[in-house]
Design a binder for this molecule. Sequence first.
Ligand code: DC
Length: 222
Amino acid sequence: MTVNVAIDGPAGAGKSTVAKAAAAKLGYIYVDTGALYRAVGLNALNHGIDTTDAAAVEESLKGITVELAFVDSQQQVLLNGENVSSLIRTPEASMAASNVSAIPAVRAFLFDLQRDIAKANDCIMDGRDIGTVVLPDAKVKIFLTAAPEVRAKRRYDELIAKGSNVEYKDVLEELIQRDYNDSHRETAPLKPAEDSVYLDNGGLDLEASVEKVIEIIKEKIQ
Ligand code: DC
């Protein structure tokens, strides 16, 4: 039996940074499932498809491949064999991912891939529906969140550090829109699993968040 840790929560809660650091400390692999939805969204954008058009997006899945590879424990996302790990990190790809993730055919398309990785590896997997749908039997489930303003500020700082020319108010607006989309869709909406530990890390820095997450994991797997 592998140890599976599910970390769900809204955009900008720091899931990926916290999960990645905790996984490195525990010797687990870190799986960022948002990257899969981003790859599907990017594929649709590349083909000029309206990412809110469910039928067109479903059609776009035919014949594509989305894979994850782990190079030095770092996850890489391959779309049709091409490494798109950087290309999926734009605001356009974020919104496209949020749109396509509401489409049941997209969720079904990515389901087995996520399950298979968890079956084969001790992992921390982050997303929106990991504890509720993908790994309902995960030993540890954490719902990681913070106030929208805190999350938007973190995202804004990240984008600015990467050289993007963005406005804080646009980042906040986009984040609130994505929160709404992600938690109001019919299929696998973002919500805490009943048996999850709720962690608001608004007042915690990265190190303290990682420590807290590791503490929760150790307690649960004992
Ligand atoms: O975690 P992220 O910001 O990279 O995710 C991008 C989008 O993908 C997000 O708006 C919602 C969707 N997503 C999802 O529906 N289910 C997941 N398990 C992960 C992401």
